[in-house]
Every structure is written in C-alpha cells, then in structure tokens.
Design a protein around this ligand. Structure first.
Ligand code: EPU
Length: 302
C-alpha cells in the first residue's frame, strides 16, 4: 500500500515519523519472504496516538513490525502499511536488578549487555534473533525459561483504546508462546527484573545454550524459528521427523534437514510456497497423529 497524499506525508514529518516508500519486506524478515509496502519508522513513542488517528481517519490499515524473525509475510503489493520503532540510544538502562529496555532493542545484545553487568536469567534466549518487543509479545522461551517470568512492567500502545498504557507484570498473563496482549497491541518498552549472577557464570550458561542450539537448529539458514507450537506433551519437530518429512519442499520452501520444525527458505521461496508446505505438513501430522498443529510463526497474508 502506498501513501501518496502530500498532506498526509507532510504530517508524518511533524510526528517524527520517517516514511520509507515501497519497502520490500523480504529484506526485513529472517525468512527472506514478503512483498512490498510503505514502511513508517517511528522515532518517538509519544506520537503514536496521533499517528494512528491520522491513519484511521484516512482508512490506512497498518501492522506493527518488530525484528521480523517470527514472521511470514504475504507476496506482492501488500494491503497495509507497516509501522516499526526506531531503536533509541541507549536502548537499555540499568537500575540495580531492573533493566529498562526499549521494545526495539535487539534481544541478544540486551542479554549480553545485562550479563556484562552481572544480571542473568535470560541465557536461554541467546541466539534467538529479533527484538525485545517481539520476544515479549509472544513470550519467547527456550531451555526451560521464558521472558514473561522477568517482566515487571510494560509500556504499550493499546490497539483497542488507541492510547499508550502501562501495565504491571501481574496484569499480564504469560503462557507458552502466548500472552494476554491483543494481536495488534504494540510493545513500546519493558522493565525486567533480573537475578544477580557473576558474568562468568552467565557466560557459561550462554555457551551451553549456544552449543545446544547450534547442534540442533539450522542457524545459518533463512527461517522463522519453529513453525508450529509444540502440542501439550509432544514435540512437533519429532512428529514431523518421524513422518520422514525432512527435506520435503514446495519450490524453495523446505523442511530443514537439521530440525523438522524449522522450515527454511532455501533460495527464492514465496509466501505461497511456504504456506503450501505448512498446510501439507499439518495435514500429514493430523492424518497420522490426529493432532492439529497450531502455527507458532505469525502469518501476515493480506
Ligand atoms: N526432534 C527430532 N527431530 C527433529 C527435531 C527434534 O527427533 O527434527 C526431537 C529431539 O531429539 C528432542 C525433541 O524432539 O528429543 C525436542 O526437540 P528440541 O529439543 O529441539 O526442542 P523443540 O521442542 O523442538 C523447543 C522450542 C524451541 C526452543 C527449543 C529449546 C517450540 C515450538 N520450540 O523446540 O523454540 O529453541 O525447544 O528450548 O516450543 C521457537 O520458538 O521458534 C523455537 C525454535
């Protein structure tokens, strides 16, 4: 979707919004898949309510993009614009055991920065690409931990009220890869309370998680992490593997040879290829195991 009205474009500048016309979203997602639309880069959280008023008044639909690492975007000209926060400097400020983190902060860099200041707890998420906001909205987790356990306060733009709100940690429910945020709420900032731990000890944990991840996941390839959530008490990856589906392809969309719940873009895969592969694998798992796998990856298909 293209915004051409010069009156609207002029207002963006007043709102500290940087318009990048005709962005190819394949360049902004870890899967390397996605069509074209206008990207609005937001330099100031406080301008969001006015920006949304402007978009609503002009019937311009939008979506919020974090780091693009758990996302499958449709092909071609997209029927909505994309809003993304600009990362401020600094993006993490420490106050004792509390880390005040901007949602646009890079997750891995935040974990390393806190570790260097003897704050741990987040070691399991090292190596997971994306922003802190993205990790927060889906309650990212790995190796027995999840980010939600450390959340004390969240500042967000509420889609329903079109206002910026602050929630305490106990007002949010964090479940397995799910939170009580609405799908179109936008995370702005978070306060994490992290346990004190000597850097050397955290580093050891980080090394172990890195090693486990390297040995079981296709890290060098274009993917969105796990495609399906694990059903209760089972592993989607193991089921897909047991069905002999590693290497199954639709165009360049391919079930990873290393981890069967990672689907990789081995070249020029389209969203259509990837969605066809997802539907095919889901159907085969359903047929054999009677389990309907739920997407873990977020799909923006029109
Ligand atoms: N397995 C296979 N074949 C495969 C993949 C896995 O047999 O191709 C087996 C493994 O041998 C193991 C079991 O399945 O016995 C579980 O595998 P793994 O330890 O890799 O964990 P997972 O359940 O597949 C989950 C998360 C990952 C997270 C890891 C580590 C989900 C959907 N996946 O994977 O998160 O990194 O545990 O904690 O919850 C993600 O969220 O995108 C993600 C990759």
């Amino acid at each position: 979707m293209r915004i051409r009205d010069p009156k609207i474009v002029a207002k963006f500048a007043e709102m500290h919004v940087d318009l990048r016309p005709g962005k190819v979203l394949a360049d902004l997602t870890s899967l390397g898949i996605g069509g074209t639309t206008d990207l609005l880069r937001i330099k100031n959280h406080e301008g969001l309510p006015d920006l949304l008023k402007l978009l609503d008044a002009n019937h311009i639909p939008h979506k919020f993009l974090g780091g693009g690492s758990n996302l499958l975007v449709g092909d071609g000209e997209l029927p909505w614009v994309v809003l993304q926060l600009v990362r401020p400097e600094p993006d993490v400020v420490l106050d004792g055991n509390f880390a005040h983190v901007d949602a646009a902060a890079d997750l891995g860099r935040m974990i390393t920065f806190c570790a260097k200041n003897d704050l741990g707890g987040m070691e399991g998420l090292i190596g997971v690409p994306g922003t802190v906001g993205g990790a927060l909205r889906m309650n990212a987790g790995a190796y027995g931990m999840q980010i939600g356990s450390y959340v004390r306060e969240v500042k967000l733009f509420r889609a329903a009220s079109r206002k910026i709100e602050v929630l305490r940690g106990n007002q949010i429910s964090f479940e397995y890869r799910h939170t009580s945020f609405a799908p179109d709420d936008m995370m702005l900032a978070v306060i994490l309370e992290l346990p004190s731990k000597p850097y050397k000890e955290i580093l050891q944990g980080i090394r172990i998680c890195n090693e486990k991840r390297r040995s079981s996941q296709p890290l060098g390839q274009k993917s969105a992490g796990c495609i399906f959530k694990n059903p209760p008490g089972a592993s989607a990856g193991r089921m897909i593997d047991e069905l002999g589906l590693k290497g199954l392809s639709v165009g360049d969309a391919r079930v990873s040879d290393r981890h069967a719940n990672f689907f990789v873009n081995a070249g020029q895969a389209s969203a259509k290829d990837m969605l066809t592969l997802i539907a095919d694998v889901r159907e085969r798992v359903q047929k054999t195991y009677g389990v309907s796998l739920e997407n873990e990856v977020v799909v923006w298909n029109a």
